[in-house]
Design a binder for this molecule. Structure first.
Ligand code: SF4
Ligand code: SF4
Length: 151
């Protein structure tokens, strides 16, 4: 991978009780020039915390940032994404089919409907950005949603 290439990934962080109160995530922007977007968080003083974070920057900065987080005692893992389609919303316009790199979305020539084969999906997320009716949706897994809902 080109170390300077733009890179974006969603990660799941677990904070031990002794590091929960520290402004570690803010250091990612200051020290590594990474942009971050907190998607979900459950942080309680003096208890274990969890956060789902989208990090964007260069690939090299991303790796350096993850090493920093681990050095600070955080557990870091990639957040699994699952892509689903809301069948009721899809109007079979075909916009997503030309973008899908995995050919998980394609036009059925007989029915003229767009078929979604979820087992081929690589969860790149491109279709969620272009679907005009928001039928393609990304769900973050790794227990992050459940943790936030309990907050
Ligand atoms: S872009 Fe959205 S509405 Fe159009 S075919 Fe794809 S999923 Fe359906
Ligand atoms: S997330 Fe990527 S691979 Fe999966 S259906 Fe959408 S465009 Fe295709």
């Amino acid at each position: 991978m080109d170390a300077d290439a733009p890179y974006s990934q969603i990660v799941y962080l677990v904070f031990a009780p002794d590091v929960v109160g520290k402004a570690i995530v803010c250091s990612l922007a200051r020290k590594f020039d990474l942009e971050f977007n907190i998607l979900k968080a459950q942080i309680t003083p003096r208890q274990e915390g969890a956060m789902t974070l989208e990090l964007s920057g260069s690939a090299a900065a991303f790796q350096a940032g993850l090493d920093f987080l681990r050095d600070q005692g955080l557990k870091v893992s990639p957040a699994a994404q699952r892509i689903t389609r809301d069948e009721a919303s899809c109007m079979h316009c075909g916009v997503c089919t030309s973008l899908c790199p995995a050919r998980a979305l394609h036009l059925d020539r007989v029915s003229r409907e767009v078929v979604f084969e979820s087992e081929k999906c690589t969860t790149c997320g491109l279709c969620t950005q272009v679907c005009p009716v928001g039928a393609m949706q990304a769900r973050i897994e790794n227990g992050a949603e459940e943790a936030a809902e309990d907050a």
